[in-house]
Design a protein around this ligand. Structure first.
Ligand SMILES: Cc1ncc(COP(=O)(O)O)c(C=O)c1O
Length: 392
């Protein structure tokens, strides 16, 4: 079995800035051929070198060089020790949830991606793993909710779609005092803007489908950990569930990551402009955007992140306005997902958050007049002009 941290050819490139790390990855250039674009090792299996020899690669469900390059790259970017690339963000969520056992308890952000909510309630709960879904921006509430058997705190920050920002460092401290693992879904900000492991979290996960891939052309997930024991448990689980990301998809993610810094800056600049436009529009009642100084968790954002990202949620004045906007947008596309170069808009109640019970959604503010916009990297004037004409 591959040993923990067994990344012998992987320099951590600590002397480089993030923008250089994303371009050059772990090995970067293929050590065998010198290929600048890391090769896609499209093979199911590998030749053994002899009965007494230990082979670096054996079978692609367990280990594949292209996936390994991606995993090493994510270790460097998230400043972790071990990474796993899997075939969706939900596979990443499922992988880390496999660390929980019956009779244990998980606390998770009250407004999470619907699929995560479903995994907790439809997979963990029937196994006898209890849960509490709470507002993790309220640390006193967290302290009251934590139990002796709480083994995991799952933070999504900013949350999807209400854009609440939880204090990772403070939650990690509370979680660790009680023996709980702290997991952060870092999909919205990516390690370019937020590094949960350096703030005290134990595990970072991503829907790689979003900003890491960046082009709406691949479904992928990432898990990064810093602890040897957890890494070993996840590795065995990965061998068993067979969720490892295929070589072609691993390569697509590696290619997307090369421009992550550039794209995130553009998404972020555009989002501020679009959020400001929306805030001043008479048909928009409220804008949820972490970059506004009057956002309730702005201080936490400033403390733990270096940028605001490209996500903006907003509430319009009526369901008629929702209907009109979604049918009139031309440049912005009515579609699920986020984090790609194209601007996408969705209606959480009817699309991404259908699994969440109505009364819970209503209490969180996820109502039928709420829209979630993933601001792309097009010219901001064009995005704003399209929203303006569709809101007319
Ligand atoms: C924050 C967040 N986490 C996880 C996921 C699940 O990712 P995937 O769709 O790649 O399985 C999503 C999907 O939208 C998401 O938005």
């Amino acid at each position: 079995m591959k040993q923990f941290n067994n990344y012998p050819n992987c320099e951590r490139k600590e002397n480089l800035k993030f923008e250089s790390k994303v371009v050059h990855g772990a090995n970067g250039v293929d050590p065998i051929t010198g290929a600048i674009s890391y090769p896609i090792y499209q093979t199911a299996t590998f030749k053994h070198h002899g009965l007494e020899k230990t082979d670096p690669y054996n079978y692609s469900r367990c280990i594949n060089p292209t996936r390994e390059e991606l995993e090493r790259t994510m270790c460097i970017l998230e400043e972790g020790e071990r990474a796993f690339a899997v075939n969706s963000g939900m596979a990443a969520v499922s992988l880390i949830m496999s660390l929980l056992k019956p009779q244990e308890h998980i606390i998770y952000s009250d407004d999470v991606y619907g699929g995560t909510y479903r995994a907790v309630n439809e997979v963990l709960q029937p196994l006898g793993i209890d849960n509490d879904s709470i507002d993790l921006t309220d640390l006193e509430l967290l302290k009251k909710t934590i139990r002796p058997n709480t083994k995991m705190i799952f933070i999504e920050t900013p949350t999807n779609p209400m854009m609440k920002v939880a204090d990772i460092e403070a939650i990690a401290k509370i979680g660790h005092e009680h023996g709980a693992l702290v997991v952060v879904d870092n999909t919205f900000l990516t390690p370019y803007y937020q590094k949960p492991l350096t703030l005290g979290a134990d595990i970072v996960i991503h829907s790689g489908t979003k900003y890491l891939g960046g082009h709406n052309d691949v479904i992928a997930g990432i898990v990064v950990v810093k602890d040897e024991e957890i890494g070993n448990k996840l590795e065995i689980q990965m061998y068993i569930n067979g969720a490892g990301l295929g070589p072609m998809d691993s390569w697509l993610l590696l290619r997307g990551i090369k421009t992550l810094a550039l794209r995130m800056d553009k998404h972020s600049d555009n989002a501020l402009k679009v959020a400001t436009f929306l805030r001043n529009h008479p048909k928009v009642e409220k804008v949820y955007y972490v970059g506004f100084p009057d956002h309730p968790n702005y201080d936490t954002t400033k403390k733990q992140t270096t940028g605001f990202g490209g996500m903006v949620s907003f509430r319009v004045d009526s369901i008629e306005t929702v209907n009109k906007l979604l049918s009139k947008v031309k440049l912005v596309t009515f579609a699920e997902s986020l984090g790609g170069v194209e601007s996408l808009i969705t209606h959480p109640v009817s699309r991404t958050h259908t699994e969440i019970k109505e009364e819970i959604r209503e209490a969180l503010g996820i109502t039928d007049t709420l829209l979630r916009l993933s601001v792309g990297i097009e010219a901001p004037e064009d995005i704003i002009a399209d929203l303006a004409q569709s809101l007319e």
